[in-house]
Design a binder for this molecule. Structure first.
Ligand code: BT5
Length: 322
């Protein structure tokens, strides 16, 4: 109900009477007054004037459900949003919910993670309010072999939203990083549970460095933040909502694979393509030129003997990037 009231005020852009809010939201006047008080406590600036009603003057600085919802134009992603102050890992939290039947589209956001996960057992640092960590639950009715495009699709959506809202030239380092220059701004971890030959659920976890002014020594050489790159404190709620909007756009258009247009969009933003890369096959380290990312989200690498190798997992090192 609070989300509804924020949306009514946001869309009006001016004073709206308590009566009108109560009619549009379908709640009593008393409930409106109470909700406005709660929203003010959460950091919304709402002015009130006799005979005019309420006006939304400002949003909270920190992530909050009502603010993210206000900017959403999705039908599935973000249907349910929960913001946690602190949690071990949003992916783990959402996976637990998913195994108990949580519906597709739920988004869990954390202002701090104490046991954030990277790939292959590595860790991901999300310091309170400097970063944003969130996970999105998806339940595609597809076999596991057909959802390989999900990480590249998510990366494409995140990269576009970051560039649109932060005016940065962020690029995708295939498959799961967003970088600015040679440093990592975003990490993505997609996890999947399968039930025989079908996907039971997918959890796409995204960690973004937003307001970090510095990083711990171990990662300082390869990590960056929106603040460090743009010199600005951006609206986290708007950024998050735009990412969710774009994820839904990409999913609807491309149905979990990098179809035609998405491949083109991806190529334009992919820092890996056109570079010398090295990857592992069995015990061998093989080098070649990254030439494209295909519909399934795999990297195609041209080897020195003229053959093309398809790389779909494991570690790829890109020359010139950490
Ligand atoms: C990733 O792994 O980049 C995936 C990170 C996914 C994080 C999200 S946050 C929401 C959701 N919940 C979770 O628990 N995880 C997901 P990988 O490619 O393995 O990179 C991990 C490596 O990046 C670490 O070993 C560090 O070297 C470096 N690193 C850790 N924290 C970082 C940060 N904040 N910024 C840049 N680099 C970082």
């Amino acid at each position: 109900m609070q989300s509804k009231i924020v949306k009514i005020l946001y869309e009006a852009g001016d004073y709206v009477s308590g009566q009108q809010i109560s009619e549009t939201a379908g709640v009593s006047r008393q409930a409106v007054n109470k909700a406005v008080k709660t929203l003010r406590d959460k950091g919304f600036e709402i002015s009130s004037a006799t005979n005019k009603g309420y006006k939304l003057e400002g949003f909270p600085q920190e992530i909050c459900e009502e603010a993210v919802s206000c900017y959403l134009r999705t039908t599935l992603i973000g249907k349910k949003i929960k913001v946690l102050d602190t949690i071990g890992s949003t992916n783990d939290y959402l996976k637990k919910l998913a195994s108990k039947g949580e519906e597709a589209g739920t988004v869990i956001i954390a202002r701090e993670q104490t046991a954030g996960k990277g790939r292959l057992g590595r860790s991901w640092e999300t310091k309170k309010d400097d970063g944003v960590a969130f996970s999105v639950l998806l339940r595609p009715e597809l076999p596991p072999t057909e959802v390989g495009g999900i990480t590249p699709l998510t990366a494409l959506a995140v990269c576009r939203a970051v560039n649109d809202l932060c005016m940065l030239d962020a690029r995708i380092k295939w498959p799961n990083d967003i970088i600015v220059g040679n440093k990592k701004l975003v990490g993505i971890l997609t996890e999947m549970a399968t039930d025989f030959d079908r996907v039971e659920y997918l959890v796409a976890g995204i960690g973004i460095n937003v307001n970090n002014a510095s990083f711990p020594d171990e990662i300082a050489h390869k990590a960056t933040s929106i603040l460090l790159e743009s010199g600005r404190h951006i609206d986290k709620n708007k950024l998050l909502a735009q990412i969710l909007n774009y994820i839904e756009d990409e999913l609807l258009l491309n149905h979990y694979t990098l179809g035609g247009l998405a491949v083109l969009g991806y190529q334009d933003l992919c820092a890996t393509i056109g570079r010398q890369v090295t990857f592992t096959r069995g015990r061998r380290r093989i080098s070649g030129m990254a030439v494209t990312v295909n519909n399934s989200g795999e990297l195609e690498v041209m080897l020195s003997n003229g053959t093309v190798a398809t790389v779909n997992s494991g570690e790829v090192t890109v020359q010139g990037i950490y």
